[in-house]
Structure formats: C-alpha cells, structure tokens
Design a binder for this molecule. Sequence first.
Ligand code: GLN
Length: 485
Amino acid sequence: MELHALTIHELQEKMKSGAVSSAELTRSVFSQIDKVEDKVHSFIRLMREEAMEQAVRADEQIRQGDIRALTGIPIALKDIVCTRGIPTTCGSRILQNFVPPYNATVVEKLVQAGAVFVGKANMDEFAMGSSTETSFFGPTRNPWDLERIPGGSSGGSAAAVAADECIASIGSDTGGSIRQPAALCGVVGLKPTYGRVSRFGLVAFASSLDQIGPFTKDVEDCAIMMNVLAGYDPRESTSVRAEVPDYRQFLGRDIQGWKIGIPREYFIEGIDPEVSAAIARAIETVRQCGASIVEISLPHTKYCVAVYYIIAPAEASSNLARYDGVRYGFRAADARDLAEMYSKTRRQGFGPEVKRRIMIGTYALSAGYYDAYYGKASQVRALIRRDFDEAFAQCDAILTPTSPTPAFKLGEKTDDPLQMYLSDVFTISANLAGIPGISVPCGFSASGLPIGVQFLTGHFEEGKLLQIASAYEKSAAVEKRRPAL
Ligand code: GLN
C-alpha cells in the first residue's frame, strides 16, 4: 500500500525500523495531494516547503534516536488554529490576510511532538455550517462522491484524512463540526470534554462550546493524537487542571459488562433508513462485545437545536465584534468616516451565514430580550446537562447515530438554514453538556456513502470513550474501503 494510505501507528513502526523516512512519506502525501486536491479542495493553503523541511528535520531526529509521539507524521490543521507567520483565515474574507504572530497551543504541542504540517484545511466561514459550503475560498467536496458535501464545519480536515492527503488532522467542534464530517467522510473524529484541550490560539466562535480535537483513520491513531493534544494550559482560562492518562492504555480492553445507553429521543422521524439500519447493527455489535443495552431517556433533547441556535450565535456576535477593520484583517476602501469604515468592512468581509448569526445573536442579547432568549436558553442548557448526569448514573456510555443522513448533495440545503441546522441534532447536545463524543465509521449506504456511529461518555472520560470505540471498531470490522478518486 502507498505510504499516504497508512495510519500513524503503522508508519511509526516503519520509521522506527528505518524502512521509511519522513521525507519519503511527506513526498508520498504531496503526490496524493497533487493527484486529488483539484477535485476535493480540502485545503485553503498548502505548506509544501515547510513540510519538506520539517520532514528532513524529523529524519535527523529519528537518526539521533529522538523519537516523539508524532515524529515525521504529516498532519493538516483546520484554518481556525493560529499558525505563526502563516495566514489563518477561518474561511473568511475578513481574515484573508491575517498572519498570526503566534502559534495556538495545539500547534505548539504538535511541533513539540515532531509533527509535519501539510497545510491549512478548508472550513465553513468562522466554523458556522455543516457542509463547508460557506467558505470564502469555495467548497470542499466529499472524497466518496464529489457531488456531495464532506460535512462541516471541519470539512477540509475530514476530507483530507479520507482522501489520504494527510495522515491525521485537527478540527474544532462547537456543535458537531468534528463528529459530523468524520461520519460523512468515513473517518474517526473526537470532540474532547470542554476544558480538556487548550483553545489558546483557536479563533473563537462560541466560547462556551468550542473544543479542538483530532480526525484520524482509526481509533488507535485517535488515542495517539489525544495524548499530544490534551492537558492544562496556563494561557487558557477554561482549560482544566486534570491529569491526562496515556490514552493508548484503553485500546484493546474489553467492554464486558458495560451498560450502553440508547436514548429513546434520538431515534426520531427523519433519520435515513440506511442510517437506522447501520446503527441497529452497531448496537448488535456492542451487545456481542459483552455489553448490555439499556434504554435511557434524555428528556430535554427536543430543545437542543433551539438552545444551541441562541447560545452559539449570541456568543459569536460578541466574539466577532473584533473584526472591524481597525487592527487586523480586511479593511474596506473608500470609507468617509469611522462608522462607514466599520459597516463597509463588515458588510464586505463577512458572508451571509455569518451575518445571519451576528444578527440573531445581537438580537438575542439585546436589552429587553436577554432574559427571554439567552437567559432562558442557559436555563434549558442546565437541564440538558442534568439529563446526561442522570443518564450516566444508569450507563457507562451512550450510543447514537452521528448524523441523521449520509452526505447530502452540494447546494441541497444552502437555501434552507433550518434544514442545515438539523444535520446537527445528534451532536449539539454533547457541546451543550460539555461531554466528550466520538464518531466511528459503522458502514456504508447502498450507494457507497460512509455512515458513522457516535459514542458519548461523562466529563473527562475520553479513556472510556476510546475503549468502547476501539472495542466496537475491532468487533465490527467494517470493510476497509478507500474512496475511488
Ligand atoms: N453546524 C453547527 C453550526 O453551524 C456546528 C458548527 C461547529 O461545530 N463549529 O453552528
């Protein structure tokens, strides 16, 4: 098999034994990019020269016996994490020329771990979307069917892993933006607990929901990435000072006697029948692993989408107030005074979905409406969180579909924001509750589109999450296919 098609752990073996160098691997990744990137468009910016230099340095370190967690492994970064000296656009015109003077903590950690950076991956503008169609730089396409969307907002990061344009990647998840594209592209994607991974240097969307996490080709690679990403950061006030276990130790452990909760509210009308069938098979697989299946209830599920679409836009409207053309980013020309400069800059700099969110959010926070909207949504959010606390008193993990449908067609939902928002019905709750979630491939539709199953566990239980994900992955043995590009 070609080097770019292998996993992190397979490549580590080969590099350690000297059979393969990082320079060869990185060249292989870029040859795949040269072959498929015109069709898929996973990237806003490629970092070919930097990557080759990093690969040569990694090979030097390997020769000296300095082998770290990701030495020489080509990784893609969602273009929402700041990279020193390299433009970070967030998929927006307003940040088209923004060059951060510092690295995000996750980037710094990846550098320390020896990673090679392939490029900055495409995304929905400011991570607002479920299809990667709102990017100022044009859409990304699903490697499994180029007429279809890869999911979003981290669609570039997911597609790049699925198309073997990198070995693993980084995304961010505010309401499902790692798990949903992972499901739609047939890869593994994990959203950590709120506070588990530092967001220093992550461009803020909705600060009480945002988390950074990995996309990988299998669960073992996901554990390897989490070992690098997780941990307290004094520069990030919401990061939590909690011990980080070696996540690899959870791999291969059985789930005998575990109780797996199936929330009755997640099996609703509107789920694609092929998704339902695949999830039913996943439940059966988990049962065969020795777990017992218990029906649980998350009674406030029906409010999740509504609550999210008040809280996320409210926080976004305040986070995005800083893009006014004064200090950095795009500035409109020909303004007669300051007020006109602000309004022209923001009118020209933001796309329609971002403007819609700013307007909804500003309204929800405005005097006289705050209590009725943001205040009320925060109260319901507390109930949603309590639903999960009560559920985890009865089960070890929860199993749900990741997305109600496989990948939809480009343009299919762009004129109907509500339909687009409904792609996130199963993923939003984890962000509202702050718990970790993972999407693992669980099969294909008849037409060959990937389907994902989501597992959820309690706060800071990423270890258990990886344990069930790896037990499931091993037992399900979903057919290994690669997109025909
Ligand atoms: N699709 C959701 C939204 O549009 C979630 C996005 C995300 O997780 N960043 O807000």
